[in-house]
Design a binder for this molecule. Sequence first.
Ligand code: GLP
Length: 257
Amino acid sequence: MNITKKQKIPYEILPYGQLLPIRIADIIDNAIRANRDNGRKTVLGLAAGSSPLPIYSELIRRRNYTNLDFSNVVTFNVDEYYGLPPIHPESFCSYMGKNLLDHINVKEENTHFLDGSVSRSHIERHCSEYESAIKEAGGIDILLLGIGRNGHIGFNEPGSSIDSRTRLVKLDEMTRQDAAQNFGCLQNVPEYGITMGVGTILEAKYVILIATGHHKAELIRKTIQDADENVTASYLNFHVKTRIFLDRKSASGLKPG
Ligand code: GLP
C-alpha cells in the first residue's frame, strides 16, 4: 500500500472544554436548519467513544433550549460490536440512545444501526443492506468520527483497504484492551466488530474527525503530516471535505510549518 498524499487535511485547534463541542454542534445545527428550510433531510453518520460525548450533550442542550428540530434528521452509526444484541448495555446502539437519541426528537424509524446480533450467514446481506439504506437516504451529509489509539476510524483497523465497504472485522488487540474497562475485563470484549468501510466513509459529503488528549498527539501528526500508511485515518487525506478538530493536547505533536 502506498498512500500518496492528495491534500493536507485542514484542522482547527480549540479548547476542549466548551468551544470545540460548540463549534462542531454549530456545523450540525446550521446544516439541520438549512436543510429543513429547503425541505430536505439531514443525514448524519455518528460514532461512539468518548470524543463525541460533549458534542452530543451540546446537541441535547440545543434541543431543550433552542428548540433545534431533529424530526428531519436521519442517522447511521459507523460501527458496532459483533456478538452483542442491540439492547446490551455496551452496544453502540445503547450508547447512542443513552447519550443522544433518547433525548432529542429524532424519529425512531430514521435511526439506523449495524446489528451485532445477526447470524454469520446473514452478515454480508446485512452489511450490503446498510450500504443501500445510506444510498437511499441520499448519502451521509455529515459524518462524525473519533480516532482509535491505533489510528482506526470506525472499526477499520490497521491494514484496512481504502476501498473497503461495510463488513465484519476482527478487532485489534489494542482496540479490545481500550474497551476492557467498559466490559469489566478483556475476556468480555467481543473479538469482532461490524463497521462502515473506509470506502463508505470516504463517500460522506463532509467528515468531521475529533481527537482530544495527549495520547492522540502522535497519531494526529502521523495522520495529518506524515500520511502514515499504518494509520487508517490517513485515508482521509483522499477526502476533499474532511476537517479535523483538535484540542491543544492532541495538536501538541504537530510540527510547525
Ligand atoms: C472505538 C469506536 C470508534 C471510536 C474510537 C475512538 O473503538 N469503534 O468508532 O471513534 O473508539 O474512541 P474515543 O473517542 O473514546 O477515543
